[in-house]
Design a protein around this ligand. Structure first.
Ligand code: PMP
Length: 422
């Protein structure tokens, strides 16, 4: 659906649910489709896309800094010089040259990998889907930070896995809570398949797993025979150019790693990757083959040309500076306008701030009032599998200008203040 065609009425969400209840195919769907529901964030997309609404809801990368003219030359030359290869099917594992370049990208974060162990995917979202398909039977437990990335939660529920959230603080996942979650699941006879974690510049929490906790998290998982799924789309977007030691580097045989060009180049090309231990990689290639035959050759070759001919590291630096300016605008507006009792995280990279409102505020119920006041956010419950997060919201600073961010936060604080006075 084109967001601009859609209704901007907040009641659109319940109208969609009503339509589903009239679906004549309802008795035919596979049981697993029960876990496939429109995420709150997606439903919100339509509501928040009116120009007068400052949307702090979506997580769209800001692509304005991309070198569009030279990219269009690159596209033309790809078609005229290598069109018959670029427009043809390719290997299920991905274009070999790109897999080598992906290893160079990962080396920026200290990861030493072999191109044979890389599988190119249609965005890291496909990696999430494939890993879940390969590892999870219905009823298996997946551990995930609470809150966690919406798209991952929807992959887990599509395969009927049960998500158990593990508490976080400003230093990320809490190792003691991880141990307890595993032991409780095992006591209840549940099979825990993997820990899904976003260690750097978390979506939606905006925090980073402390370096001092990383070895302990890996040890706890290894000790209990649990794999780690490390999702790292934001790792190169640290605002001071800093990177953190990847979990994969510390335990290559027990970590499956997801990477993406969505935040460092162009999300619309849908090029991501999985780096996996050799045996797992075999299964992932088979899963990828049955899903798509092969990732789009054209897009992979375009990414490959871009990496070979552009100053891609300089481009990532531009993105970082852009996002840092927006993060600064958001933090200073929050400081200036938010009513007492609100707290929020202070990200040092990535796209998101996670805000906790005072007791009594229900951010989901408040959202239509916020949209009326021309500001949108993503309410917290969408980032949990178990309806926690009712006092929380995710605020994205990646896309709007600093001025719009400032105005959006001002409007939001007015809505919150009214809410607290009700
Ligand atoms: N993981 C996380 C944590 C994300 O935030 C996103 C996108 N917002 C993805 C995975 C998926 O990204 P893509 O499929 O575009 O690579």
């Amino acid at each position: 659906m084109n967001p601009s065609d859609s209704s901007n009425d907040p009641t659109e969400i319940s109208t969609q649910q009503h339509r589903h209840s009239l679906d004549p195919h309802v008795g035919r769907y596979a049981a697993r489709t029960k876990g496939m529901t429109a995420s709150e964030v997606r439903a919100l997309f339509a509501v928040a896309s009116r120009p007068e609404v400052v949307s702090l809801a979506g997580g769209m990368p800001n692509l304005a800094a991309l070198p569009i003219d030279s990219l269009s030359e690159q596209v033309a030359s790809l078609v005229s010089n290598d069109g018959l290869v670029a427009l043809q099917y390719g290997s299920a594992q991905g274009v070999p040259e790109l897999r080598e370049q992906i290893c160079d990208v990962m080396a920026l974060e200290g990861i030493q990998a072999h191109p044979d162990d890389v599988v190119v995917t249609v965005g890291s979202q496909m990696g999430l889907d494939m890993v879940t398909r390969v590892f999870c039977d219905p009823g298996d437990v997946v551990l995930a930070e609470g809150p966690s990335y919406v798209g991952a939660l929807s992959s887990f529920s599509a395969y009927q896995a049960n998500v158990v959230h593990v508490a976080m603080d400003d230093d990320g996942l809490q190792p003691a809570a991880l141990r307890e979650a595993i032991e409780t699941a095992h006591r209840h006879g549940q099979r825990v398949k993997f820990l899904y974690t976003i260690p750097n510049f978390h979506n939606p929490a905006g925090v980073t797993l402390a370096v001092s906790r990383r070895a302990e998290v890996l040890e706890i998982c290894a000790e209990h025979g649990i794999m780690v799924l490390e999702d790292n789309p934001y790792g190169l977007l640290g605002f001071n150019g800093q990177t953190y030691p990847s979990l994969r580097t510390q335990d290559p045989n027990n970590v499956v790693y997801l990477g993406s060009f969505s935040k460092t180049f162009a999300s619309g090309l849908r090029v991501g990757w999985v780096l996996a231990p050799h045996a797992v990689r075999e299964k992932l290639v088979l899963a990828a083959e049955s899903a798509t035959l092969c990732p789009p050759t054209f897009n992979q070759m375009l990414v490959s040309r871009y990496l070979a001919t552009h100053d891609w590291q300089g481009q990532i630096k531009k993105f970082r500076e852009n996002y840092r300016e927006r993060r600064d605008a958001m933090l200073s507006a929050l400081e200036q306008y938010m009513p007492a009792g609100c707290s929020w995280t202070k990200p040092d990279g990535g796209f998101y701030v996670w805000l906790t409102a005072p007791e009594g505020v229900d951010t989901k119920a408040m959202l239509p009032r916020a949209v009326t006041a021309r500001v949108a956010y993503a309410s917290g419950t969408g980032f949990y599998a178990d309806q926690l997060g009712s006092r929380q919201m995710r605020l994205s600073y990646c896309y709007p200008t600093p001025e719009r961010i400032q105005e959006g936060v001002r409007r939001l604080s007015g809505v919150l203040t009214d809410e607290l006075e009700l």
